[in-house]
Ligand binder design. Structure first.
Ligand SMILES: C[S@@+](CC[C@H](N)C(=O)[O-])C[C@H]1O[C@@H](n2cnc3c(N)ncnc32)[C@H](O)[C@@H]1O
Length: 229
């Protein structure tokens, strides 16, 4: 049943989304107006970005350093900057960097923007918060737009993320990731575990089409930090 549903989604929903995204779009959330450039993940068409935003706004982010790893349009980063977080927004895609730069300027948000393959070009430092809405389908991205969805045939994105994450966190850092029922959760958890990281479920939410979204806190194995749910 689930397989048939997924097949129907890729037959009908994916082409409709592609058709809609053939043009630059406007989107507004919590009073922040942004443009979604062609080839950039649209934060309004899926629940994942809003799930992260609604969670992070309930946390203590004032004057805290916050990294959005893979920021797309930068909507989450702009909202966090408006709520007094000290935000760094990064992305590998040049188009996303242009988009977040444009949106930050339009919204007069003060954000440090860095083009980087995961942590490669980020100066050594630790962040209070690291927020990630990752690509999770096990395929090699064919172009920049597919970076939003495809994490590499062998989950290279997650392999690299978990092998470098430790250097950018300290004992009080909180790393939050959104994932969905539609991705290979076990595989991602196993890669994290092999790098001595654990996933702890913080919230879950039923969503249309892909079933359920999950928010996880990722911690080094054997550490414990409390978090407001
Ligand atoms: C699902 S989108 C999420 C975008 C944004 N965080 C949001 O929630 O709206 C994933 C983002 O990760 C970026 N990305 C993929 N691989 C990356 C990498 N190796 N390093 C940095 N960013 C990457 C993509 O370009 C894309 O913008």
């Amino acid at each position: 049943m689930r397989k048939i549903f997924k097949r129907l989604i890729s037959l009908f929903l994916v082409p409709i989304v592609r058709w809609y995204l053939r043009k630059e779009r406007q989107y507004s959330y919590l009073g922040v107006n942004i443009k979604v450039f062609i080839g950039v993940f649209h934060p309004g068409l899926f629940y994942s970005t809003k799930f992260l935003i609604n969670f992070i706004l309930k946390q203590n982010i004032k004057n805290k350093s916050l990294l959005e790893l893979g920021c797309g349009t930068g909507l989450l980063s702009i909202i966090c900057a408006r709520n007094a977080a000290l935000v760094t927004a990064t992305d590998l895609s040049q188009r996303c960097i242009e988009n977040v730069t444009f949106n930050a300027k339009q919204n007069q948000a003060s954000i440090t923007i860095i083009q980087s393959d995961l942590f490669d070009s980020i100066d050594k430092q630790t962040f209070d918060w690291i927020i990630i809405n990752p690509p999770y389908y096990a395929r090699n991205p064919k172009d920049e737009a597919e970076l939003a969805w495809h994490c590499g045939h062998e989950f290279e994105y997650f392999q690299k993320l978990f092998s470098t994450l430790r250097s950018y966190t300290n004992a009080n850092s909180q790393v939050i990731m959104v994932l969905t029922l539609g991705c290979e959760l076990d595989k991602i958890f196993a890669i994290a575990k092999s790098n001595q990281f654990d996933f702890e479920l913080v919230q879950e939410k039923y969503v249309l089409f892909d079933g359920k979204d999950f928010l996880y806190r990722i911690s080094p194995i054997n550490s414990s930090v409390s978090i407001q749910h």
